[in-house]
Design a protein around this ligand. Sequence first.
Ligand SMILES: Cc1cc2nc3c(=O)[nH]c(=O)nc-3n(C[C@H](O)[C@H](O)[C@H](O)COP(=O)(O)O)c2cc1C
Length: 329
Amino acid sequence: MDLLDRLRLDVPVAQAGMGGGLAGPELAAAVAAAGGLGTVGLTAPDRLTDAVRHVREAAPGRAVAVNLLMPFVRRSHVQVCVDAGVDVAVMAFDIDRAMISRLRDGGVFVFVMVGTEPQARRAIAWGADGLIAQGREAGGHLSGDTEALSFLPVASRIAAGRPVLLAGGIASADDTRTALAAGADGVVAGTRFLLTRESRAHPAYQERILVADNTFRTTLFGLGWPAPHRVVANAATRRWCADDGRARLAPRLLNAFSAPLARLPDRAAASVGNLQKPTLPLFSPIAPTVDMPDSSVDRTALYAGDTVLRIESVISAREAVATLAPGGH
Ligand SMILES: Cc1cc2nc3c(=O)[nH]c(=O)nc-3n(C[C@H](O)[C@H](O)[C@H](O)COP(=O)(O)O)c2cc1C
């Protein structure tokens, strides 16, 4: 069945579910109401239930997607997806075979975001309904190190007819048309939707990334989850990263031994974020949200993809969907 029909979409444009409170129900609902696929970012299970309810009420008849940021996912998150009857779950940064089965048995369409051939093979072997091919130019955490348009054919071959969305480098209708012409069934954008009025990114974070002239890959903000991510510079990276973005030895060692922190409950993780300062090499994956002080932009991760160099302003989520729609200009 056609993806647009199956997910009741007007346009093959999905908003990335950005965790840590960045993509809340307001953003997902605005995207869904505009005809795209709105995705709620991972949050505590009780808040996730409320968020799904909000999207359903604000965008009646539209699909609802939930992002499962696997290092922080517990069984209760999966249970919420099934109980709330969400249409789509996006599993990213690791997968769990039993969780995929549980979701599919509950009628949830499971996309897995991948960045390498082995990840794609495993996702399909473990029952994914579709793949999101993420390129190295993407904002936030990175699944692989290949550009999206080069990786797309690899993912499509392995997906063998299942839908494949392209993530990374999507900021205009031209980008979407290029991705569709290359064989993608749709596109996923994160940075473009981070820079909307409905996103919960701190306004100072939005301003910082809008004026940036470079993004780079690092592992600095890796406390509890030492995986590579794409950011723009701030006081923390200037103090603790080498010129090529590589984190210096002290934060790298601390991050390497910190994986159990990923199991901290949300509120405890937020307190760790508040303790961060540019001079201390302890940096969690938390990003600046509206409820944090202005100073957080110099001590937390300013995630952004390469598209930020082409994006000029904060717009509404509805305008962002229209900007990315293949018929737009
Ligand atoms: C601020 C930010 C936060 C993100 N958080 C998540 C997340 O929680 N889970 C996830 O699967 N992907 C996350 N991503 C990655 C997106 O899924 C997507 O791959 C990426 O945004 C695509 O590249 P783009 O930002 O250039 O559009 C995040 C991206 C950004 C920019």
